[in-house]
Design a binder for this molecule. Structure first.
Ligand code: HSE
Length: 455
């Protein structure tokens, strides 16, 4: 063993000398809507604490905003309508992209990267659809892209996946990652509202995206899911491969039957690692009422992540809103600021996988996915219907695990028959449903909702 090296007096003095404060990190914010205004407000309110934690002050040197009336005080700030000026401003270290959309936002971010700026963004569509290209550009320029605010608002799920769970092989994750959808399903269940009424209410409260089909048809959730899956499984972003089904077909009747069976209907984004490939799917799902995540209601988000070492972990919080999202934007600004002078390879990698690496990118086709199913069949109240349905299922290797059939309502010829099936491949189940729909005794389409035990 070598002898300990003796510290010289000069070295000790150097060590004890108070460090001179590091210069402020200079940010440029593009977009002053809900999240932009929230970010300006929280940065001002908590400036001292943020500077202490960051080891340097955070200074807003320029704001690019194309519209008036922000919900924050900009009187002392340098505001321009030309957002591309922010990307070119030599004073800016970090460009905070909060303009939304994918066209201008992509050009803005690429311009800023080309000018050597780090990026913080809350834009899930941008990362999900163009992330592979943007990460490659950032790597080339030795800058980073931080996007905590893109997924589940204020919940630090990106940091958890990338850092907190880094020692795990993540097996699956499942999340309620669209607050609007969760609000609608909760209102339908708790207040008996129709889908349309609950959606109108969510829009009034400002939860829904500009185009609410992004929320109710699962596109917003699909954006967030691919970002999490990329980090969890170390695969490239594959937005075009996500199976996406919305909640517009869910009825109050199904919510009641699910309750009767001991389940809740939630709109989930699910990513699972299998031998054959990665499952990437967004759809309404029956989950057992006893699971914590089944009790996440209203506009709240939650993500359940199952790692081989840690087991199941649950992250819960506000998935949208000005200050909740600002919380994540500022966490990213602080993270980037802390490593501003570091070499690129000393930073936590931004992407789930090195640009250009396609390993593990194979996504399992939906036909191969195995789940259980809730089926609701409108059948005539005649002898033999149940045995016909049971035979079709059994011919496809599917067994019936639970069944509800109440007496028909007075004067009604049709009765709803509700079935929970065993686990089966999607293709088998689809074939069984197609055959059930051709029976003379069955009317209309069979309602089908996937079931996940999440345990
Ligand atoms: N419309 C989104 C939601 C906002 O309802 O969750 C945050 O992405």
């Amino acid at each position: 063993m070598s002898a300990p090296v003796q510290e010289t007096t000069e070295q000790a003095a150097q060590r004890q000398k108070p460090q001179s404060p590091r210069r402020a990190v200079r940010i440029g914010i593009c977009g002053l809507g809900t999240v932009g205004s929230g970010t300006v407000n929280v940065l001002a309110r908590n400036a001292e604490q943020i500077a202490a934690r960051c080891g340097r002050a955070v200074e807003i040197v320029q704001i690019g905003a194309r519209r008036d009336n922000p919900a924050c005080d900009t009187s002392a700030l340098n505001v321009t309508r030309e957002i591309f000026d922010v990307a070119a401003n030599p004073e800016v270290d970090i460009l905070v992209e909060l303009v939304g959309g994918t066209t201008v936002a992509r050009e803005l971010v690429l311009a800023a990267i080309a000018n050597g700026k780090h990026i913080v963004t809350a834009n899930k569509a941008l990362i999900a659809e163009h992330g592979n290209e943007l990460f490659a550009a950032a790597t080339e320029m030795g800058v980073t892209i931080a996007y905590e605010a893109a997924v589940a608002g204020g919940i630090p799920i990106i940091k958890s996946l990338r850092e907190g769970l880094v020692g795990n092989r993540i097996q699956w994750l499942a999340g309620i990652i669209n607050g609007t959808g969760n609000y609608i399903l909760t209102e339908m269940r708790d207040k008996g509202r129709s889908f349309a009424e609950a959606l109108a209410q969510a829009q009034q409260l400002g939860y829904a995206e500009a185009d609410p089909t992004f929320d109710v048809e699962g596109i917003d959730a699909a954006h967030k899911l691919v970002i999490m899956a990329s980090l969890a499984f170390g695969i490239p972003l594959a937005f075009d491969k996500v199976y996406t089904e919305g909640i517009s077909g869910i009825s109050s009747e199904d919510i009641r039957y699910a309750d009767e069976l001991g389940y809740r209907i939630k709109h989930l984004g699910i990513a699972r690692r299998t031998e054959q490939g990665v499952e990437l799917r967004v759809h309404p799902t029956l989950i057992p009422q006893r699971r914590l995540i089944a009790n996440v209601n209203g506009v709240m988000n939650a993500v359940l992540v199952n790692g081989d070492a840690v087991g199941p972990t649950l992250y819960y919080g506000a998935g949208a809103g000005a200050e909740a999202t600002a919380s994540a934007v500022i966490a990213d600004i602080v993270d980037v600021a802390r490593t501003l002078e570091a070499f690129p390879d000393q930073r936590v990698p931004a992407a789930g996988v090195a640009p250009g690496n396609q390993n593990g990118a194979s996504v399992l086709p939906m036909d191969e996915v195995v789940t259980s199913y809730y089926l609701r069949i409108s059948a005539q109240d005649k002898p033999g219907v149940m045995s016909q349905v049971a035979k079709i299922c059994s011919d496809q290797g599917i067994s019936i695990e639970a069944l509800i059939q109440h007496e028909p309502a007075e004067g009604k010829a049709l009765v709803p028959v509700v079935i929970l099936t065993s686990r089966a491949k999607e293709a088998r189940l689809r074939e069984a449903v197609a055959q059930i729909e051709t029976l003379d005794t069955v009317e209309g389409e069979v309602v089908r909702i996937r079931v996940e035990p999440l345990g």
